[in-house]
Write a protein that binds this ligand. Structure first.
Ligand code: SAH
Length: 214
């Protein structure tokens, strides 16, 4: 894969679209400029890589719309050095955006072929997140607590183990709902027992499923 002036130009256009749709954090727009989305797609889709569309990435899964990635990232309010757990590595695009923002990223994927493919691409880009093949419902207790958690698949409910692995004051961005549509929620862990829950509109994700698949 090569980055060319043509792709760079397409990226600028996408960034303007994201800005028009309300993505105001300049650091996020800069991260979108520095991560070539076409690297994460089959060659056949490369020409459309910078349109605001989801695409098949194998194992029946999809890479999210660029707007959805930008929106979740903006809600997450990433600071350099934040320790972030991502559930659903998928293509690795969202993982790379978080790395470009200077976060220390831990990401889990339940489909082995996707985990391996994402690893190769992310390494080529020079990012160094910790990528795990496993069931995201369990999180990564060995590396907890996390400042932030981002879930990039639709969860039927708030996964308790993941709340346990969040720091007090930490936030989780999670689309919740069964079926084709979910409500985007921001969960703030106020204390060991109290959560604040805010809602940010309807999105459509592939489901968060249990157990890993080889
Ligand atoms: N962040 C990804 C989005 C991929 S779609 C990207 O930028 O491309 C969501 C991903 O979540 C899929 O790859 C799916 O296999 C994965 N997933 C679903 N349930 C999971 C679970 N319990 N643990 C880990 N990954 C899961």
């Amino acid at each position: 894969m090569q980055d060319t002036f043509k792709y760079k130009g397409m990226r600028k256009k996408l960034i303007n679209e994201l800005r028009d749709k309300g993505i105001g954090q300049e650091s996020i727009l800069k991260a979108f400029d520095s991560v070539p989305r076409h690297y994460f797609l089959d060659n056949a889709f490369a020409e459309q890589a910078y349109s605001n569309m989801p695409f098949q990435i194998g194992s029946g899964q999809t890479i999210s719309h660029p707007y959805t990635v930008a929106f979740q990232t903006q809600l997450l309010d990433v600071n350099r050095g934040d320790k972030i757990l991502e559930i659903g590595t998928g293509s690795g695009f969202q993982t790379s955006i978080l790395c470009a923002l200077g976060a220390k990223v831990f990401s889990i994927e339940r489909h082995k072929p996707l985990h391996l493919k994402a690893k190769t691409i992310i390494q080529k880009l020079g990012f160094t997140p910790r990528l795990s093949f496993g069931d995201g419902y369990k999180g990564l207790p060995l590396y907890a607590p996390f400042d932030k958690v981002i879930i990039t698949c639709g969860a039927p409910k708030i996964p308790k183990d993941l709340v346990d692995q969040l720091k007090i004051g930490g936030v989780m961005i999670i689309p919740i709902g069964e079926g084709d549509e979910q409500e985007m929620k921001r969960i703030t862990k106020i204390s060991e027992t109290d959560l604040e829950i805010e809602e940010f509109g309807v999105f459509s994700f592939v489901p968060m499923l249990e157990k890993r698949v080889k």
